[in-house]
Write a protein that binds this ligand. Sequence first.
Ligand code: PBG
Length: 323
Amino acid sequence: MYPLNRNRRLRSSSSMRSLLQEYRLTPNDFIVPLFVIEGNKLKEAIPSMPGYFRFSLDLLAAKAVSLWKQELKAILLFVKVPDNLKDNKGTEALNHNGLMQRAIKIVKDAVPDMIVITDIALDPYSSFGHDGIVEEGKILNDHSVKILSEMALSHAQAGADIVAPSDMMDGRVLAIRNQLEEANFHDTMIMSYSAKYASAFYGPFRDALDSAPGFGDKKTYQMDFGNREEALVETQLDIEEGADIVMVKPGLAYLDIIRDLKNKIHTPIAAYQVSGEYAMLKAAAAQGWLNHDQVMIEQLLCFKRAGAQLIATYFAEEAVKLI
Ligand code: PBG
């Protein structure tokens, strides 16, 4: 009670504040999402994600080397698939010599210790832009899960350390785990997008991969942002099915979900600060309305305070320069 307690004593100097800071950012917190395209020496700008690029495979290898030098140890790969290779079943996703499979190998050759995480969902491969197979306007669950588990195996065979199902089909974590076990990929991990909401924050990402749904939305598989308890149900199921790491997505508007999970589960939690969140800060900073670096660091640290052990963020490289 005042005057015995004067909490401002705890903030009296910069040294005191740094001694007492509860959470800190380090390069070990970050997962770097990377967009990959066919071609040579290509570094394509993404208009709705200023400062972010799609890389062809040769430049991807160089990027991996540069990230490693900055102590960034994990990347999350997404591929932009040419339209002529897209179909309803995402056939190209299973091509052992597909863009993703080659990307995994190239990174692993360039930086063997880099943790390579791959996205598992059909949307970049789907002529409908949906995460699963479409039949009469509906997204089929079990048929999609079969293909997704084969896709995960194919990524494991190419050398992926972690497969990350982002599709939100029921039962996909179990199917992937079984598929990996049967093929003796006991050590390949699963980072499951467990509480993934149907969000308009994914807009710029869908520009980056040209993967927006051709009809309807993703609300029959991704979660309703009005729901909180459901996040725990989804996440607990994924853990029972064999997820090694669980994820909440989007990030900043969903910190309550991260904290709910942190209070109830003991599996590592990742947060995904998504493309729309990146775009918002870039846009506000470009107007001179927000201090880019300060807001960026504040947001990233808030993920840790909320309970995230890992943060997938397009700001990773900019952030490590400041911490
Ligand atoms: C694909 C996928 C999406 C994102 C990650 N994996 C888009 C979607 O579900 O429509 C979004 C990432 C971002 O916005 O940064 N299933």
